[in-house]
Write a protein that binds this ligand. Structure first.
Ligand code: GDP
Length: 426
């Protein structure tokens, strides 16, 4: 109870709840590890002195628990929240990832089509580097251009492969709080959606569909999420209608009959129907906080400016920038709440159940060993008592015999004395 960081420490973002929960469950597993190590060492000692108290299987189970707990502790330190971005090529997936990171990490735009899965996560060392699938080699990444070049250079990469991009944690709060962001090739470029889902999506806590606000949702995009929801029960899906800045300023897109509000309403209705009626992943009320109209490009530009010491809204800005920027921030808030909650449930619930089961099983073994040792002590005490009684009886017998013999010897001596004195007299 003294270790309740949820009460002890201040939390400024929902993401930190995940960090605190991770810290807490880590501490619990450190305690379990101490307990299992202590118990197994004692068992080994007892087994040396009294080999018949512990059965071989019990000793083996306890040693197995020790390595199991060690394994869970290792998985725990690697646990993170995972968000995966999907959508058609050029809808702005890489730009959304960069906007959330607050800087240009992933290459985006013409000529930089993401042709494999890219997972951006915090680097423990503070260096930026990438690691391709099946390799341990850390390739240094100094800049986006460098990263783009490294990805192009890896010609053998195919769309199913995953490249890990490790980026300094201090550069971005999402990475500091253990969020991994996965960018994907466009859903329009592959017939292997099932393989993708199995390889990269099963453990995602949140999915973000990056759609193009200038067109309606495409069958390929819908198809992908239909497949995801057959494999995962109620996946958390956000829909970002990206390029909202462009649609706002497109005369062909908007005419006198179609104000931006009307377009928004239409998109909203269709996206809500998709989430609520087709996928059945949320209620109409929840859908309101799952569908957003944003401009990732504007947010990224603004944040890069801010990083360089300029005002967020400096320079030439398209009409409605502030509203779009605020909507992006609202998306981030909802996203943070959702991913933190979901990851705590999916990742730590499983670990805590495993931990509970393990301690229970271990307690049962220790109890069996304790009961057996009690039984053995009792039976030895009974044997001792029986032996003591026999000893007392024998002692009594001996005393009797000795006394009888003493008497007999006295008699014999008297007899002999009598006989001798009689013989002398004669
Ligand atoms: P991806 O293939 O889905 O990863 O798309 P990218 O992120 O590479 O973006 C494709 C192009 O669209 C790039 O040139 C971006 O600058 C541009 N883009 C991305 N988001 C926006 C946006 O919100 N508004 C506008 N106008 N352009 C965008």
């Amino acid at each position: 109870a003294s270790r309740n960081p949820l009460i002890d420490e201040q939390i400024s973002s929902p993401l930190q709840v995940f960090g605190q929960a991770k810290k807490q469950i880590n501490n619990i597993f450190v305690d379990i590890q101490d307990y299992v190590t202590d118990a197994s060492e004692r068992m080994i000692d007892v087994n040396k002195i009294c080999p018949d108290v512990i059965v071989e299987n019990e000793l083996k189970s306890i040693l197995d628990y020790r390595s199991k707990v060690k394994g869970i502790c290792e998985v725990l330190t690697r646990d993170h929240m995972k968000v995966a971005f999907f959508g058609r090529t050029s809808n702005g997936k890489s730009t959304v990832v960069n906007a959330m990171l607050g800087e240009k990490v992933l290459p985006s735009g013409i000529g930089h089509t993401t042709n494999c899965f890219l997972q951006v996560e915090g680097s423990q060392t503070g260096d930026a580097y990438l690691v391709t699938e099946g390799s341990n080699e850390k390739q240094n990444v100094e800049s986006v251009t460098h990263l783009a070049h490294a990805l192009n250079y890896e010609k053998q990469l195919n769309e199913k492969e995953l490249v890990h991009v490790y980026w300094p944690k201090d550069k971005c709060s999402l990475l500091r709080d253990d969020v991994a962001l996965v960018d994907s090739p466009g859903v329009d470029v592959t017939p292997h959606l099932d393989d993708w889902i199995d390889a990269h999506c099963i453990d995602a806590d949140v999915f973000v569909l990056v759609a193009n606000a200038e067109s309606t949702l495409m069958v390929t995009e819908k198809n992908f999420f239909h497949k995801v929801s057959t494999k995962l029960s109620k996946p958390n899906i956000f829909i970002l209608n990206n390029r909202w800045d462009a649609s706002a300023n497109e005369p062909e897109f908007l005419d006198q009959f179609n104000s931006q509000e009307q377009v928004r309403k239409q998109h909203m209705e269709r996206a809500t129907d998709f989430l609520v009626k087709e996928l059945k992943v949320c209620t109409p009320e929840e859908a309101v906080s799952r569908i957003f109209f944003i401009s990732a490009k504007e947010v990224l530009q603004a944040r890069v400016k801010e990083r360089n010491g300029q005002a967020l809204n400096s320079g030439a800005l398209a009409e409605g920038f502030s509203a779009r920027y605020m909507e992006f921030e609202e998306f981030e808030r909802r996203f943070e709440e959702c991913i933190s909650k979901s990851a705590i449930k999916t990742k730590f619930l499983n670990h805590s159940q495993q931990g509970k089961q393990l301690v229970k099983e271990m307690y049962k073994i220790m109890e069996t060993i304790y009961n057996r040792s009690q039984e053995q002590t009792h039976s030895k005490m009974c044997q001792k008592k029986e032996f003591q009684e026999k000893l007392n009886f024998t002692e009594q017998q001996l005393i009797c015999i000795t006394n009888q013999m003493k008497m007999k010897i006295h008699q014999m001596v008297d007899d002999v004395e009598d006989k001798v004195s009689k013989a002398l007299n004669d």
